[in-house]
Design a protein around this ligand. Structure first.
Ligand SMILES: Nc1ncnc2c1ncn2[C@@H]1O[C@H](COP(=O)(O)OP(=O)(O)OP(=O)(O)O)[C@@H](O)[C@H]1O
Length: 601
């Protein structure tokens, strides 16, 4: 009781400070804007150079210099106030979610309140610590007693005396959870029980130990994550983006990040997570869009990735070749070492042409692609093939991206990995996927494409009730250690297809929740959408995402998404019993619902 009273008082103090600061900072920003306008007007008057005499000229320059310094100072003050205001607003609904009492062995124990962003008062005193700060690692790593954490390359020994979680709603403290004594993770279970009627949510307050290890992994340039359905791979990927932006805050901005997503509907689904963590929205693109953008730099128009020969080209480039590639200046090729691989020779020839100012005006038509295809006994070279060759030959790097993040990685074929390893050979790469969620063909061994990488796995599924998780686990193949965390809930039910209207009618009273009606194919989904015209049809490229009420979509789009209620239409279709991938499709489909799962046969 005393604890609750003390903590409630602390919260109210901080809440009061946040609201007061919001008012003060808003006024300060307005005043700074007015001041900046005055200085700017001054600058345009003074900027009118008086070059009458030598001294007048010097005076003019000095005044310009003073005014620009004043503008720089104003800008810096504006930025500081703007960030504080943004953080105060972000923290208002939930100032912090946890508290650590730490003993560094030197004086009285210190209390650290952890929030989505850090917050300092006007004197620079930390009131809330950012969840990404080094000290927060002890919270997520679930350590108590004598332990340590890493900060600025140093190991800091510390004793964790206490670890508490809070349920907070603006200035009201609803619950304090002593995490040493709590069984399970009540806060996690409470969060998981909420409705899913929009995009994905950030998970800062309840990040689990194995997820934290992925978010904070900093030893390897390439991190691979293989995790069961609903294990938080997408959530962890986004939290890691935020973490990397914090870790590299001196030299990275959100513009340095690229997230590869399977389709537009998915990009929409994850939108909002990073702004909720105080970061700007990073760039997202599908792989095809990325290739189209890179292709443009080489004057190539890429409309499709189909029928490509990248794996064969990679092999050809790795071997020595005595024959001059069709269209290449023979003198240039003759300059190169004949024992080198074709790739090295082409790169050397390119450099020689560059040095002798003989580079082609139009790179896209540089080599004789048709002859080259014949020479290499290939059916032809698509625009995508040519792009790959040009990237290899010119050693082109997408250096504007410092952090590359790839979701649903199991769906990418070897050509994608061959291309990405060339394009992003210096970037920090995080790749997440589930080798059992491949819907067509076989997933390649992604690690084999990287010289050095580490693979971490996640085998606890958070998304669904125990009963749904147990149900989809039977299709999860070699994920034999798949774990559930939620209570058992309702058993999945199998009903005839004709019952669809009845099923929907029973779910209608909960229309504030989301229902996903999942068809095997796009045409099947379109047919259902005609039957239920008020429903939302989700297509791969539609700039929409999950909404409360009825969403109709094909399995390929449902992947990565979740609904309060999932209805799998035509569960007995041959689509779900195809020899190689039928099980995977069942696994993906059955793992979309969080509260109920209905299979229509
Ligand atoms: N630590 C956590 N705290 C709270 N919620 C979590 C946590 N981890 C995962 N979740 C929730 O579990 C659900 C599944 O997460 P997510 O979509 O990131 O999983 P996934 O592994 O990417 O799923 P899939 O394999 O289907 O793509 C989401 O609702 C997410 O918010």
């Amino acid at each position: 009781m005393l604890l609750m009273t003390t903590e409630q008082a602390h919260l109210q103090g901080l809440y009061h400070q946040l609201t007061t600061d919001i008012t003060a900072l808003t006024a300060q920003l307005a005043a700074l804007t007015t001041e900046a306008r005055t200085v700017q007007q001054q600058l345009s008057t003074d900027g009118h150079l008086d070059l009458g005499s030598y001294t007048e000229t010097l005076d003019s320059f000095a005044s310009i210099e003073t005014n620009s310094r004043q503008i720089d100072t104003l800008n810096a003050r504006y930025h500081t106030a703007e960030v504080r205001l943004e953080h105060a607003r972000l923290l208002l609904p939930q100032a912090y979610f946890a508290k650590l009492d730490l003993d560094y062995g030197d004086s009285v124990p210190e209390a650290f309140y952890l929030g989505k962003v850090g917050y300092v008062d006007e004197h620079g005193t930390d009131l809330v610590y950012n969840w990404r700060a080094p000290v927060a690692d002890t919270y997520y790593a679930n350590r108590t007693g004598a332990t340590s954490y890493q900060a600025n390359g140093r190991t800091i020994p510390v004793t964790v005396l206490n670890r508490q979680q809070f349920i907070i709603d603006y200035d009201q403290l609803h619950q304090v959870i002593e995490t040493q004594t709590a069984i399970g993770d009540p806060l996690l279970l409470a969060v998981l029980a909420t409705d899913r009627s929009g995009g994905l949510q950030e998970i800062t307050a309840t990040i689990q130990q194995s997820q934290n290890a992925i978010i904070r992994e900093a030893q390897h340039r390439v991190l691979l994550v293989d995790g069961v359905a609903g294990s938080g791979k997408t959530s962890v990927l986004l939290q890691r983006v935020a973490y990397q932006l914090y870790r590299h805050r001196q030299d990275w901005t959100p513009a340095d990040i690229l997230i590869l997503t399977p389709n537009t509907a998915f990009s929409r689904y994850i939108r909002g997570v990073l702004p909720a963590l105080g970061e700007a929205e990073p760039l997202t693109a599908t792989y095809l869009k990325l290739m189209q953008a890179v292709g443009k730099r080489f004057g190539l128009t890429i409309t499709s990735l189909a029928g490509n020969h990248l794996p064969q080209l990679a092999k050809l480039l790795a071997r020595p070749s005595q024959v001059t590639p069709a269209g290449l200046n023979p003198t240039a090729y003759a300059q190169t070492a004949s024992t080198d691989s074709l790739n090295k020779r082409l790169q050397a020839a390119w450099r020689w042409l560059q040095a002798t100012r003989q580079l082609p005006a139009d790179v896209a038509t540089w080599l004789d692609w048709d002859q080259l295809a014949k020479q290499w006994q290939l059916s032809g070279l698509t625009a995508y093939d040519r792009l790959y060759l040009l990237i290899c030959i010119t050693n082109y790097q997408q250096t504007t991206t410092k952090g590359l993040f790839i979701d649903e990685a199991q769906d990418y074929d070897p050509d994608v990995w061959l291309m990405l390893t060339k394009l992003f050979s210096a970037a920090q790469v995080t790749i997440v996927g589930d080798h059992r969620q491949r819907l067509i063909g076989q997933a390649p061994d992604i690690a084999a494409f990287f010289d050095a990488s580490v693979t971490l796995t996640l085998n606890t599924s958070y998304r669904a009730t125990g009963a749904i998780t147990q149900f989809f686990a039977q299709f999860a193949g070699d994920w034999t250690d798949l774990q559930a965390v939620q209570s058992i809930g309702k058993t999945p039910r199998t009903l005839p297809l004709a019952d669809l209207e009845n099923v929907l009618a029973t779910l209608l009273p909960t229309m504030s929740q989301s229902i996903g009606l999942i068809a095997p194919t796009m045409s099947g989904a379109e047919k259902l959408a005609r039957q239920f015209p008020t429903a939302q049809l989700l297509t791969p490229e539609a700039p929409k995402t999950v909404q409360p009420g009825l969403n109709i979509l094909p399995l390929a789009v449902a992947k990565g998404l979740e609904f309060d209620h999932a209805i799998i239409y035509d569960w007995h279709a041959t689509f779900y019993s195809e020899p190689q991938v039928g099980q995977n499709r069942r696994y993906v489909a059955a793992s979309r619902g969080t509260k109920t799962l209905t299979l229509l046969t």
